[in-house]
Design a binder for this molecule. Structure first.
Ligand code: 26Q
Length: 817
């Protein structure tokens, strides 16, 4: 077999230049002298691609040959971020490429800036998927990530008069050099129609007679491991009309109808749903879910299992369900096994159970996905039948174990009857999955005790925890080159793939020279951030400020409002003369947050943050002391600049609501101290870094429960705390809305009379913790020491460790040698 040599064509500067020019000329069809930035970006990306290609092909060949067990990660979202730097790093071509571009008289930074990040995810869950596939490639574990190639990713956020306006994210306008379309590998996906039984030589079988089809066209993306010569695949599906649609164009003569049908099919992968909680039960969303899952299973069976015995499927694959979004894969695999491969139901179920595992990412009841039986039956009639049968068999088992405990049966049924008959996807996943995991210790415990206690009792050993992690390649090495260099100088190389080795930094925390160097890196990162904030938003950032950062999706449970109340409290106390401006620690507050377009309260909170920012930033009485910046369109690219510059990381969700959080880990690993509640992975961060290096505040989860049980009256907290009352009153007075009291009234009354997420109850504790932050920051040396200890003690949060946990406890997929 004629494979390109493993070194590739580009592993010297000369070779790189030659290949780059060849790509520019022959792939882009332009000479260097007439090339656009986009041409050059493409040619550069293609040159990196070329280098990785031999490895990719080699990995695919070896996997075909040795047939190892692999992980199929099923996720509706992959929030990848920019690829160029990541792939340069993984291939070890960074220096060569920089030098080669310089030789061509090109500024490589200009090409970096040219890349539009693929924002094919909402937030934590999508970014987690991206970190996991990076780790699997780096650990040489065979993996295909399956998902959807949305034509429009998460919307681009702009502000008009301080209010969020959404713009479509047309990330493909200039094309993407990283994708490889494979129209010949398209899979046909069916929808609608009805089911029937038929006689198959004396056996009565069911089958699905679909009403319509679409084609799923795969686009492959390289997922290179870090400097290990491994390349895995991310395969994203794009919907196009089938030939059947096209035929109508010729046959029916109704051209307009045919075009409409085509558009209808292609709508399926058109746009990412921007909700990251309270799913709306929209038909198109279910179409998306089934579309990518059916294509992926069909693809795996055709390309990887091939002609091998279907009974060996569990030896070859584990399908990891990233939340409930892909759970329709369970009845789909059953349908394939029973209806198409003619396995007995019980045999099919035994295989299916071994092939799936399920990760839950939430605790909010409103975020648990359910699909109405009505809709499911219309779109996927055979799957509904199969779900009913799974449920019947399951409830029979429950009866066998617990007798006719109707209450229990109703609570455990996959089918819920109220408010309408619907399928609880989390229950289906739990019944089918070989394992169910939460994403942090606390979350997994609450999952067992509060969300699915009956299932935990029924399936002992099924529930487990895998605490989330982040890839240190992107979020330390690429995002924070200064810190990375400092670490390597201190403890040598190797830590990027063995992050626990950061422990060796602990002793350096006591070294004044190291502390000075660490402080200098932080200062340089702030300057780097200031550059981009100035360039993209025209912001001017003050020197010498503590950088206090809250970046994450806007949601009431995350409590951006608590942060706002802190800022307003500081502002009010200075402007009313009770506190000297000189007596507070100068701070710049940075927010980054997108609100789901239909989430009115979240959008109002964004408006308030901007409004407070405008007033505070324009008030000479707090000049040089308080500044509020809210750069629009927070995304992975901005995260990579903001996080390394931060001093203080805000992780202030109501205890018991944030499943894990992953931003919290990114900040700690970049030397920010956390002010946070006892929630999600904060708990584990605090345990590791120690109480002295973490600002804990607020109620614990059991205290939250108790306060609810006792009857929570937020207005009592308002009455009892002068600072809180003054801050709320200032907002209510119209001080941030040109005197118009109505603008933020809904926020104020919600806090006073509802306050589901107990902002007011935690306010005083938060303000007290912020006072401790101020005092601690004043001692620069002690602060830096704490920051270093945060870095040194958070190696646990590498997604490599998460992957090891999944492999050991859930997947049992050994690395390929
Ligand atoms: C579902 C159905 C219909 C429309 C949208 C959705 C949908 C989409 C995205 C529901 C939820 C999401 C995303 C959830 C998410 O990001 N959860 C976060 O997952 C992180 C990784 O585990 C955790 O760290 C966070 O705590 C959790 O909030």
């Amino acid at each position: 077999l004629a494979l390109a040599p493993v070194t590739g064509p580009a592993s010297s500067v000369d070779g790189f230049v030659r290949q780059f020019l060849r790509n520019l000329n022959y792939e882009r069809g332009v000479p260097l002298s007439a090339s656009s930035v986009n041409d050059r970006y493409f040619a550069l990306a293609m040159t990196v691609r070329d280098y990785l290609m031999a490895r990719w092909l080699e990995d695919l060949r070896r996997q075909r040959e040795t047939k190892p067990k692999g992980v199929c990660y099923l996720s509706a979202e992959y929030l990848l971020g920019r690829q160029l730097d990541n792939n340069l790093l993984a291939s070890g071509l960074g220096e060569i490429a920089t030098e080669a571009m310089a030789q061509c008289g090109i500024d490589i930074d200009e090409m970096r800036a040219q890349e539009v990040e693929p924002g094919l995810g909402n937030g934590g869950l999508g970014r987690l998927a991206a970190c996991f596939i990076d780790s699997l490639a780096t650990m040489s574990v065979p993996n295909v990530g399956y998902g959807i190639r949305y034509e429009y990713g998460i919307f681009r956020q702009t502000f008009v008069d301080g209010q969020q306006v959404e713009q479509p994210d047309a990330w493909l306008t200039l094309g993407s050099p990283w994708e490889f379309p494979h129209p010949e590998g398209a899979r046909k996906v069916a929808f609608g129609g009805h089911t029937e039984t038929y006689d198959d030589g004396g056996v009565t079988r069911s089958r699905w007679v679909p009403g319509w089809h679409v084609q799923a066209v795969p686009y492959n993306y390289m997922v290179p491991g870090y400097l290990n010569g491994r390349v895995n695949t991310l395969r994203l599906w794009s919907a196009v009309a089938t030939d059947a649609f096209d035929l109508r164009i010729f046959n029916s003569g109704d051209y307009e109808e045919a075009v409409r049908a085509q558009t209808f099919a292609e709508n399926i992968s058109k746009v990412l749903y921007p909700e990251d909680s309270t799913p709306q039960g929209k038909e198109l969303r279910l179409q998306q879910q089934y579309f990518f899952v059916a294509a992926s299973i069909s693809d795996f069976l055709a390309t990887t299992l091939g002609d091998d015995d279907i009974a060996t499927l569990p030896d070859r694959v584990i399908f990891q369900l990233n939340d409930t979004h892909p759970v329709i894969a369970v009845p789909e695999l059953m349908r394939v096994l029973v209806d198409e491969r003619h396995l007995e139901w019980d045999a099919a179920w035994e295989i299916t159970k071994q092939c799936f595992a399920y990760t839950c990412h939430t605790l909010l009841p409103e975020a648990l996905e359910v699909w109405s039986v009505d809709l499911l039956g219309r779109l996927l009639p055979r799957h509904l039948e199969i779900i009913y049968r799974i449920n019947d068999d399951f409830l029979d088992e429950v009866r066998e174990r617990f007798g006719d405990d109707e209450m229990r049966i109703r609570n455990m049924s996959i089918i819920s009857e109220f408010p309408e008959r619907s399928v609880r996807m989390a229950y289906l996943a739990t019944v089918a999955g070989s394992k169910v995991n939460g994403v942090a210790e606390l979350h997994s415990q609450l999952l067992r005790d509060k969300v699915l206690p009956d299932f935990n009792e029924f399936f002992p050993g099924k529930f487990t925890n895998v605490t989330n992690g982040i890839t240190p390649r992107r979020f330390v090495r690429l995002a924070n080159p200064g810190l990375s260099e400092l670490i390597t100088e201190a403890i040598g190389t190797g830590w990027l793939t063995d992050l626990e080795r950061l422990r060796e930094l602990e002793s350096y925390a006591e070294n004044p020279d190291f502390r000075a160097a660490f402080g200098e890196v932080k200062a340089a990162n702030k300057r780097r951030l200031n550059e981009v904030l100035f360039e993209r938003d025209g912001f001017e950032v003050s020197d010498g400020h503590m950088l206090d950062v809250m970046v994450k999706r806007l949601h009431e449970y995350k409590r951006q409002m608590l942060k706002v109340l802190h800022i307003v409290t500081q502002y009010e106390s200075i402007t009313s003369g009770r506190v000297e401006a000189a007596d507070i620690q100068p701070r710049t507050f940075i927010f980054g947050a997108k609100a789901a377009p239909g989430y009115a309260m979240a959008k109002r909170i964004i408006h308030l943050v901007n409004a407070v920012g405008s007033v505070v930033n324009a008030d000479p009485r707090v000049e040089g002391r308080l500044k509020v910046l809210f750069p629009p369109n927070y995304n992975v690219t901005l995260a990579e600049r903001v996080i390394p510059a931060a001093d203080l990381s805000e992780q202030i969700s109501l205890a018991g609501k944030e499943a894990s959080g992953t931003g919290n880990m990114k900040f700690a690993l970049n030397g920010a101290l956390t002010i946070g509640t006892d929630d999600g992975a904060n708990v584990e961060i605090r345990e590791l870094v120690g109480d002295d290096n973490f600002f804990l505040f607020g109620m614990s989860e059991p205290q939250v429960e108790d306060l609810w049980a006792a009857g929570y009256k937020p207005a009592d907290f308002y009455q009892a705390d002068d600072n809180l009352r003054r801050a709320m009153d200032l907002i209510a007075s119209g001080a941030f809305s040109d005197g118009d009291k109505s603008v933020f009234e809904p926020i104020v009354s919600n806090l006073l009379y509802d306050d589901r997420f107990m902002v007011l109850a935690d306010y005083s504790s938060y303000i007290a913790a912020q006072a401790r932050v101020d005092a601690a920051y004043a001692d620069t040396d002690a602060w830096t020491r704490s920051a270093i200890l945060n870095v040194a003690r958070c190696g646990f949060f590498s997604s490599d460790r998460s992957m090891r946990d999944y492999i050991d406890r859930i997947w049992h997929t050994p690395p390929m040698l």
